[in-house]
Design a protein around this ligand. Structure first.
Ligand SMILES: Cc1cc2nc3c(=O)[nH]c(=O)nc-3n(C[C@H](O)[C@H](O)[C@H](O)COP(=O)(O)OP(=O)(O)OC[C@H]3O[C@@H](n4cnc5c(N)ncnc54)[C@H](O)[C@@H]3O)c2cc1C
Length: 282
């Protein structure tokens, strides 16, 4: 196992924000995941997993103990079946699914990060979510036991799952067969829609807030006049008000202040408490 000390976390996140990890574990064998867990338990440290860092706001003081599954990247797709290790790139896995004519892959395009992060978040969008296609997930339980969970034990729901507090190691999937050209063409359309409506070239973590049932968080934020608003280096995207961007060396404190201001005004104007979609590590 590789153990790095005082590892900077900002370059490992899409926001490019955050302090360091005092302990940064990179297991090279699956058993080492449980070893890192028991090491942290013994030291009283809460171990967190960093995937692609595309849905995390790391605090300015960092996080004491972090684990990366970047050595576990194997994926495979054959007929209706597919499998992936948690550290695999999610976009590369989705491309492999499309090449394999796996229907449903089109709904998962344009989502950065890793397979592990996508499973924990039940990543997806208007046209579908990854959890729909899961058969089983292999996890390390908080006590270090390796366990296989069937799909109905994972509690997949809108941008959430019951996989929290566990370390996701790998998953098996099943997809209906589709037409490869149709899937690819649909993917291009969905990607174009995203390109036109999201600041894909800025440092962001995607949508910051979940959409409340039947409502669009971005529209409510826009109606409060926030597009283009900024605090320090943190800004509300002019393209999509639910995307907050790090435009100029923003700190986590800048971002959290902007989040708090948005929440306050949306509550005042719309009477709605916005719930965070991103994970804040502070
Ligand atoms: C430009 C942009 C567009 C986006 N568009 C979308 C979209 O369309 N739909 C969507 O759903 N999301 C979207 N996102 C958000 C993000 O990409 C997804 O939530 C993604 O699935 C997160 O994966 P990650 O590996 O980066 O997770 P991270 O950000 O690293 O982690 C997210 C959470 O998952 C946990 N985690 C990660 N890996 C594991 C693991 N192996 N075991 C246990 N816990 C783990 C982390 O501890 C953290 O709590 C977007 C983000 C960006 C920057």
């Amino acid at each position: 196992m590789i153990l790095k000390r005082d590892e900077p976390l900002a370059p490992r996140t899409s926001y490019r924000i955050g302090g360091t990890a005092e302990y940064f574990f990179i297991p090279e064998r699956m058993e080492e995941v449980s070893q890192a867990m028991s090491y942290c338990r013994a030291k009283g440290l809460e171990l967190r997993v960093l995937g692609g860092g595309t849905n995390v706001l790391v605090g300015d003081r960092g996080w004491p103990a972090v684990l990366s599954l970047e050595r576990f990247k194997h994926t495979d797709a054959f007929g209706p079946y597919a499998k992936a290790e948690a550290g695999a790139s999610f976009p590369a896995f989705v491309k492999k699914l499309a090449d394999n004519s796996s229907k449903g892959a089109e709904a998962l395009c344009g989502i950065p990060g890793t397979v592990g992060g996508a499973l924990l978040m039940n990543a997806g969008g208007h046209y579908g979510e990854i959890g729909e296609f899961v058969k089983r997930v292999k996890v390390a339980e908080p006590d270090g036991r390796l366990v296989t969970l069937e799909r109905d034990q994972c509690g997949f729901r809108y941008r959430d799952s019951d996989l929290k507090n566990r370390i996701i190691l790998s998953a098996d999937f099943e997809f209906p067969e589709g037409d490869r050209d149709e899937i690819r063409s649909r993917m291009r359309d969905i990607f174009q829609q995203k390109k036109a409506s999201q600041p894909l070239h800025s440092h962001s973590a995607g949508c910051v807030f979940k959409n409340p049932p039947g409502l669009a968080a971005g529209r409510m934020i826009d109606e409060c006049g926030f597009k283009g608003a900024r605090i320090g280096g943190a800004a509300v995207s002019a393209l999509h008000a639910n995307f907050l961007t790090n435009d100029d060396h923003a700190s986590a404190a800048d971002m959290l202040e902007l989040i708090s201001k948005i929440r306050g005004q949306v509550k005042e104007r719309h009477g709605v408490e916005l719930e965070l979609e991103i994970k804040v590590w502070s």
